[in-house]
Design a protein around this ligand. Sequence first.
Ligand SMILES: *[C@@H]1O[C@H](CO)[C@@H](O)[C@H](O)[C@H]1NC(C)=O
Ligand SMILES: *[C@@H]1O[C@H](CO)[C@@H](O)[C@H](O)[C@H]1NC(C)=O
Ligand SMILES: *[C@@H]1O[C@H](CO)[C@@H](O)[C@H](O)[C@H]1NC(C)=O
Ligand SMILES: *[C@@H]1O[C@H](CO)[C@@H](O)[C@H](O)[C@H]1NC(C)=O
Ligand SMILES: *[C@@H]1O[C@H](CO)[C@@H](O)[C@H](O)[C@H]1NC(C)=O
Ligand SMILES: *[C@@H]1O[C@H](CO)[C@@H](O)[C@H](O)[C@H]1NC(C)=O
Ligand SMILES: *[C@@H]1O[C@H](CO)[C@@H](O)[C@H](O)[C@H]1NC(C)=O
Ligand SMILES: *[C@@H]1O[C@H](CO)[C@@H](O)[C@H](O)[C@H]1NC(C)=O
Ligand SMILES: *[C@@H]1O[C@H](CO)[C@@H](O)[C@H](O)[C@H]1NC(C)=O
Ligand SMILES: *[C@@H]1O[C@H](CO)[C@@H](O)[C@H](O)[C@H]1NC(C)=O
Ligand SMILES: *[C@@H]1O[C@H](CO)[C@@H](O)[C@H](O)[C@H]1NC(C)=O
Ligand SMILES: *[C@@H]1O[C@H](CO)[C@@H](O)[C@H](O)[C@H]1NC(C)=O
Length: 852
Amino acid sequence: MMELLRLLVLGMALWATTAVADTNLDIPFPYNCSTKTTCSSLRLKLPNENEEFNAQLVNSSANNNSTLLFDLTNKRGNKLALSISAIEGKRFRVIVEEHDEHRYKLEHSLEKEPNLVKLTIVETSNISVTAQTESGSKIIVKTTPLSIEFYQDNALTSIFEGNRIIFEDTEESEAFTFSVQFPNANRLMGLHEHADNLKLRHTADFSIDPYRLRNTDYGTTEYSLNTTKSMYGSIPVIYGFGNKTSSGIFHHNAAEQWIDINNNRHSAYFMVDGGRLDLFVLLGPSLPETVRQYVDLTGKPHLPQLWALGYHQCRWAYNTTGDVMDTIGNFDTYDFPLDVLWLDIEYTSERKWFTWNASSFPDPVKLLNWVDAQGHRKLVPISDPHIKIDPAYKVYNDLLNGGWFVNNSDGLSPFVGECWPGNSSWVDYLNPEARDYYAQLHLYENFPSTSALGGYWNDMNEPTLFDNLYERTFPFDLVHHGGVKHRDVHNIYGMLQTMSTHKGLMTRDNGTLRPFILSRAYFAGSQRYANKWSGDNWGDFEDLRYSVPMALTSNLVGLPFYGADIPGFFGTATEELLVRWYQIGIWLPFFRAHAAQGSPRREPFRFGNKTQAILRKNMQLRYKHLPYWYTLFYENTVTGDPILRPLLYQYPEDPVGYDLDDEFLIGTDILTTSVYESNATSVRIYFPGQSDKWVLINGNSTHLYNGGTWANIPIDITFTPAFYRAGSIIPRKPRVLRSTADIKNDPLELHIVLDDHQKAKGRLYSDDFESFKYQNEKEYLYYSLAYDDATSTLTSSPIDTDNSPGNLTVQIDRVVIYTSDNADQMTVRKVEIDNTGKKLNTINFINSSIKL
Ligand SMILES: *[C@@H]1O[C@H](CO)[C@@H](O)[C@H](O)[C@H]1NC(C)=O
Ligand SMILES: *[C@@H]1O[C@H](CO)[C@@H](O)[C@H](O)[C@H]1NC(C)=O
Ligand SMILES: *[C@@H]1O[C@H](CO)[C@@H](O)[C@H](O)[C@H]1NC(C)=O
Ligand SMILES: *[C@@H]1O[C@H](CO)[C@@H](O)[C@H](O)[C@H]1NC(C)=O
Ligand SMILES: *[C@@H]1O[C@H](CO)[C@@H](O)[C@H](O)[C@H]1NC(C)=O
Ligand SMILES: *[C@@H]1O[C@H](CO)[C@@H](O)[C@H](O)[C@H]1NC(C)=O
Ligand SMILES: *[C@@H]1O[C@H](CO)[C@@H](O)[C@H](O)[C@H]1NC(C)=O
Ligand SMILES: *[C@@H]1O[C@H](CO)[C@@H](O)[C@H](O)[C@H]1NC(C)=O
Ligand SMILES: *[C@@H]1O[C@H](CO)[C@@H](O)[C@H](O)[C@H]1NC(C)=O
Ligand SMILES: *[C@@H]1O[C@H](CO)[C@@H](O)[C@H](O)[C@H]1NC(C)=O
Ligand SMILES: *[C@@H]1O[C@H](CO)[C@@H](O)[C@H](O)[C@H]1NC(C)=O
Ligand SMILES: *[C@@H]1O[C@H](CO)[C@@H](O)[C@H](O)[C@H]1NC(C)=O
């Protein structure tokens, strides 16, 4: 996390030797492939006749005729069992393990066990077995040697390559390998989280390390860029994008893994430290379908409360009640919108979570009531999984007495390591009793607070410990509940913390408020509980640049609510960079500023009037687009579709956009980019879609650009260009006040951008912005909107038929119509609506129209 304090801890270590005898902070880390045997030895193993497996079909009627079972044997006499199941929604599941099934079976990542569908053998021969489903999915299992070809609608999507299977099965190692090829792909994407470009790089020539997935804290420094090194989160998903068909895989396994990417043949070779080979094969055939096939397995997020989409102000740290009140007060004095102020580790008593520092936060409930009175704003405190060893700390005693800490390799004594509070033990979230205990700590009676404590920030949950000997995280031989080795569950530890925190918040508020949890560690499925930021970045243009592909990849792998610390956690961003970072920050789903300890204060109101004016205008642009964001967030909860989209997702037929990951779409209708260098006077941007047109919304003029062209957009420091797609209707809030709460009931302003046919379409979702009624009682409004300029008619029609509007309404006060009079310019005309009786969900407007 944070440099200065760590140096302090190190400084203390020099004289307080007993407390830190087991720390090794000088050892460089993270380790690389050459220093980890799973990678260094397995990477060199090429296909070898003695190792490759032959397959023999042993059962074709398992699981109601959904599963084919094969015995695998090789010349060395190794024996394995292979099962291939057909899953609804154009997917297969491939499991390889020893016959006695002794390997750890991962839990909690899948939202539910997927439904199987019938898989019928259509042909068998000496060398292959062919089977297919009723939805056009087909496998050809080649038996000597094994390989599995996957087809959708008779197009080959991927090949599970049996000649690279190695299974180690000894006391020391349960490592294994496998390889998948995407023969029709042009590029591979995925393997979140890496500070790298959208397109996965070629690693198979050994010039760089394989992509590594092992949740890891970088610790004293910012994370590295342009690298395959592991980061805080792991989502083992790869998409093979092709200009005709796309497909993907999800490796359902939470152990450390290294993945060599070969971009010449579009294949991925996995080297995995333990657990089962449990591979979901996603047959597409489009990229959007492939993404949905993945997200459907691990689940969609629930909607965030509206305030979570507002602006978040963080630093390490707002140390006192006075600092919190002054800071929030200044946001109002200087007229900046703000929804959340964050509390870093200093609010506690001695870094004991679920305690307040009695001298700096003497009356937290009074403070929270005050925060609530300032526009229903929120505080969000940090809360980590390590627990200070202190016999006077009730939480510690309860966990110790319950047997709810992670144990040493003896399986009996709690592991002790060093983190923020000094010597600590770690909650064993694999244990359901420990999760329940931890959950109830969030109740108002157990941690004095109110619902103005809007959620929690689960940090250091890779988990981090201050000991480089183990790459600042747990040794692999620690033992969890049920005798599970840490090695097998490492990457899911942080997710289990957020699962427990989520339950705590659901219980705290009787299920009436949607929990908000920010997590640094992440695994496939975490999106059901938490959102994420990219961790400890640095204040320079390069970090700003990489935050965009990181957010795009994250959105493609089911984790839409992602952002990076503005304007870089470490370092002191120049004022120019800070401005640029806010200008891109408003277009990332999670919009938070943060600052390391000791960095100069840099809240927006601390700058000169000119910079303030720029920041204010840009932050307001975020708030004005809240109805558009909220609609996209809702749609993501239903479909799993990403909120931020790389061009190739939306325009797969347009090759110019394939490798562009510095510009991106928000939904389908807003295009933006960032300014990635100092003193820029223009930004070069590509406009996707031969038949689309794009209008500049925040520059000097509403210039119109044709799809399929590049343009240099002149800029100054006041704005980073953003564009609306012609033919869209963007719902906006016309005014911005203190917070989202202040404007949530305001009428809307629709921005209608006419296409060449003088028409436009959009969608609008609305609900109570905070509860689960939208899920439980289907109480929400969801309309498609259409405008036809020939008749000046705006029409709305409900998209769903089974929702109930309750007493919800939205009102449209004004439309802003963008018309193109000449080739490269649009004129903007405002029309005030006499909205008496014309609210959406009033009898006059449902499924009907108004004449403007
Ligand atoms: C891997 O780490 C070793 C030991 O620290 C170092 O000598 C080597 O250069 C590193 N290799 C790469 C590819 O970074
Ligand atoms: C095949 O699987 C089915 C269902 O699990 C089982 O009933 C049957 O005995 C199995 N047949 C063989 C030959 O193993
Ligand atoms: C097979 O289908 C039957 C009837 O639909 C069901 O009761 C049974 O649980 C299924 N068995 C398996 C192994 O899925
Ligand atoms: C599986 O297929 C066999 C052969 O077609 C058939 O006899 C059997 O009833 C099927 N079992 C189920 C549960 O559908
Ligand atoms: C990223 O790393 C590769 C080598 O792995 C190097 O060729 C390339 O120039 C680097 N790109 C940047 C922007 O530093
Ligand atoms: C589509 O992909 C094929 C290879 O898969 C390639 O030969 C062709 O050039 C690609 N077309 C475009 C427009 O990128
Ligand atoms: C907040 O508290 C920490 C730890 O006591 C201290 O190092 C830091 O200087 C304080 N920050 C401010 C702004 O007072
Ligand atoms: C939750 O329910 C309990 C019991 O019905 C009630 O006492 C409490 O006030 C409720 N809390 C909230 C936040 O609604
Ligand atoms: C900045 O704006 C404030 C409020 O409008 C004004 O009082 C002050 O004079 C301005 N400062 C400068 C340097 O322009
Ligand atoms: C940007 O302009 C400033 C002021 O002219 C100059 O000091 C700085 O070096 C320039 N930065 C770059 C990257 O050119
Ligand atoms: C916008 O217009 C102002 C005033 O005419 C001018 O000073 C500025 O350079 C223009 N900015 C851009 C990016 O064209
Ligand atoms: C809608 O109804 C709920 C109770 O179901 C009530 O709390 C709320 O105030 C009502 N809202 C409006 C705008 O009438």
